[in-house]
Ligand binder design. Structure first.
Ligand SMILES: *Cc1c(COP(=O)(O)O)cnc(C)c1O
Length: 484
C-alpha cells in the first residue's frame, strides 16, 4: 500500500489520487477480515468502495492528508462506516424541550406494561382475529372494545390508525355525498396538512360552515339543517384558544338539535383524556365520557396524546353509528396493526386502576411530576454540566414553564425547572448556541432542548430519575470533547 514514510505524515502533505490503494488491498487487512467475518462481504465491500470513492474525491481536490491512507486509519474508517450504516435511523432521544407530548419526538411514551405486552405477544403467533372461546374467526376490534366501553360509557367502540383517520372515516361513513355542519370557529388545522375542510372533501362530504370565527350560536346550527344534511359536528379547538368576545355551542345542545332532526352528532376531541386530569392536579381536559354523556353519537380521539398509548384513532359512540363506521370499506384500509393493538390494549388496561395511573402511565407520571422535584434535579445536575461546558458556557438551574403539547390545553403552562446554558462571550452568541445544540443532538443519546432568549434551555421534566439521569451524566465527557 502507498502509505508514505513518517516524514510526509509530519509535514502534513496531501495524497494524490494515484496513491489510493485498491479495494482488494483494503479488504486483505487482518482487522478488515474480522469485519468481513462478522458482517459478510456485501455490506463491508460496499462500504469499502464508498470509503475509497470519498477519499479519491478529496485527493482530487488536494485535500486528503496522506496519513488517512495508512492501514490503521483505513480500517478504522471502514469500521466506522459499517457501524454507521447498521445504526437505526429511528433512535431514542432525551426530550428536554419542555413539551411533554411532542409530535416530532414520538408523542406519548409507552408504559412498561405496553412494552411487555408487545414483547410477549409479538414473538409468536397470537389471537389477533381468532376467538379462543369459540374457536373461530374473531374481530380485532373486540380486543379493546369492552375496555373502551368501560372507560367512556359508550355503547360501542372501534379503532383505526390515528385520529385523523378516525375523523375521515366518521365523515365518510355518516355523511358521504351529503352535508356536514361545523362552526367557523372550529375549522382547525392540525400540523401536517390535516385541515378540517380538506378532510371533509377527502371523505366526499360537503362542509357547511356556520356562525363566525369568534361566535357561533345554537340557532346557526338549527338554520343550517336541510334535506341534504347528514351530520352535525364539533371539533375541539385543541391547538389554539379563542378569547374575548366569543361564544360556542356545547355538545349537548348541538346533539339535541341533531337528534330533533333525526341526525347524528359527532365530535373530534383531539387529545381526549380518559380520566379527569383535575383528579391529578392538572387542568381539566374534556373526556370522551363527558361527551358521550352529553349525547354525542360519535367521539373520536388520539391514542398517543394524553391517553399515553401508541398512535391510534379511537372512535366511541352509539352502537348504530359505530356499526355504520365499521361497515365502511375505508375502515379496512385504516385498521390497526397487531403491534399497535397490543400496546393499546395494555395501555387501556392501566386505566382500570386509576389510583395507580400516575405511576404506571409515563405521560401522566411526567405531567404530574412536582416542579420542586424537577428544580432539585436541576440544582443537582448544574455543577456537572457547568464543568463539562466550561469555560465557553455558563450553566444555571432555573424555574421554567413547559407545556403538555400535541394540542392539549394550548394556553396552559406547566411550572417546571431546568438548566439554562449561556455563552460566556457576547460575540457570536447565536453561532455558539447553534454549535452547542448541534453537539447535544450528536450525542449517542441525543439531547433535544430549546433555544430561547439567547440561551439554550433544558427542561428536566422528562428526564426521569434513574436511567435517564445516568445516561445524561454519562454523556458529559463526550459533550466536553465535542465542544473542545
Ligand atoms: C391531534 C388532533 C387530530 C389528529 O390526531 P392524530 O392522532 O394525530 O391523527 C385531529 N383533531 C384534533 C382536534 C387534534 O387535536
Amino acid at each position: 500500500m502507498s502509505a508514505r514514510p513518517a516524514e510526509s505524515v509530519v509535514d502534513g502533505s496531501k495524497a494524490s489520487p494515484k496513491e489510493l490503494p485498491s479495494i482488494d488491498f483494503v479488504l486483505r487487512d487482518a482487522r478488515v477480515q474480522a469485519l468481513l467475518a462478522e458482517h459478510g462481504h456485501t455490506l463491508v465491500a460496499a462500504q469499502a468502495r464508498a470509503l475509497l470513492e470519498a477519499l479519491r474525491e478529496r485527493a482530487r481536490l488536494g485535500q486528503l492528508p496522506r496519513e488517512e491512507l495508512a492501514t490503521d486509519s483505513l480500517q478504522a474508517a471502514l469500521r466506522e462506516r459499517v457501524e454507521q450504516r447498521l445504526r437505526p435511523r429511528l433512535q431514542r432521544v432525551l426530550n428536554l424541550s419542555g413539551t411533554v407530548i411532542h409530535t416530532n419526538l414520538g408523542r406519548a411514551l409507552l408504559a412498561e406494561a405496553a412494552l411487555q405486552q408487545l414483547l410477549q405477544t409479538m414473538s409468536g403467533p397470537n389471537n389477533l382475529e381468532f376467538d379462543l372461546a369459540r374457536g373461530g374467526r374473531g374481530d380485532r376490534d373486540e380486543l379493546v372494545e369492552d375496555l373502551l366501553q368501560t372507560l367512556t360509557g359508550a355503547e360501542a367502540a372501534t379503532v383505526v390508525n390515528n385520529n385523523a383517520a378516525a375523523v375521515l372515516l366518521t365523515v365518510a361513513a355518516l355523511a358521504r355525498g351529503r352535508e356536514v355542519v361545523v362552526s367557523r370557529g372550529e375549522l382547525v388545522e392540525i400540523g401536517g396538512a390535516f385541515r378540517m375542510p380538506d378532510v371533509m372533501a377527502a371523505a366526499g362530504a360537503t362542509l357547511v360552515e356556520v356562525g363566525t370565527t369568534n361566535r357561533t350560536h345554537a340557532r346557526d346550527y338549527a338554520q343550517a339543517v336541510n334535506a341534504r344534511t347528514a351530520l352535525l359536528m364539533k371539533v375541539h379547538t385543541s391547538n389554539y384558544a379563542l378569547q374575548g368576545f366569543t361564544s360556542s355551542v356545547g355538545e349537548a345542545e348541538i346533539a339535541s338539535i341533531a337528534h330533533e332532526h333525526g341526525l347524528p352528532m359527532a365530535t373530534d376531541l383531539g387529545s381526549g383524556a380518559l380520566v379527569d386530569l383535575q383528579d391529578y392536579g392538572l387542568p381539566h381536559e374534556p373526556t370522551p365520557r363527558e361527551k358521550i354523556a352529553a349525547g354525542c353519537d360519535v367521539v373520536s380521539f388520539s391514542g398517543d396524546k394524553l391517553l399515553g398509548g401508541p398512535q391510534a384513532g379511537l372512535i366511541v359512540g352509539s352502537r348504530a353509528a359505530i356499526e355504520r363506521i365499521r361497515r365502511t370499506p375505508m375502515k379496512r384500509a385504516l385498521r390497526l396493526g397487531k403491534l399497535t393493538l397490543a400496546a393499546l390494549e395494555a395501555t387501556l388496561r392501566l386505566y382500570l386502576r386509576p389510583e395507580r395511573l400516575a405511576q404506571d402511565l409515563p405521560t401522566l407520571r411526567l405531567l404530574t411530576r412536582p416542579a420542586a422535584a424537577i428544580r432539585a434535579l436541576a440544582e443537582q445536575l448544574a455543577p456537572a454540566l457547568g464543568e463539562a461546558l466550561a469555560p465557553r458556557f455558563g450553566v444555571e438551574a432555573l424555574d421554567l414553564l413547559g407545556q403538555i403539547g400535541s394540542g392539549s390545553l394550548p394556553v396552559d403552562r406547566l411550572p417546571s425547572a431546568g438548566l439554562a446554558i449561556a455563552p460566556r462571550q457576547n460575540k457570536g452568541r447565536g453561532r455558539a448556541l447553534d454549535e452547542l445544540a448541534g453537539a447535544l443532538r450528536a450525542l449517542p443519546l441525543p439531547v433535544i432542548g430549546r433555544i430561547a432568549e439567547d440561551r439554550l434551555l433544558l427542561d428536566l421534566r422528562c428526564l426521569e430519575d434513574g436511567r435517564d439521569v445516568h445516561a445524561f451524566i454519562d454523556q458529559l465527557p463526550r459533550l466536553r470533547q465535542a465542544l473542545a
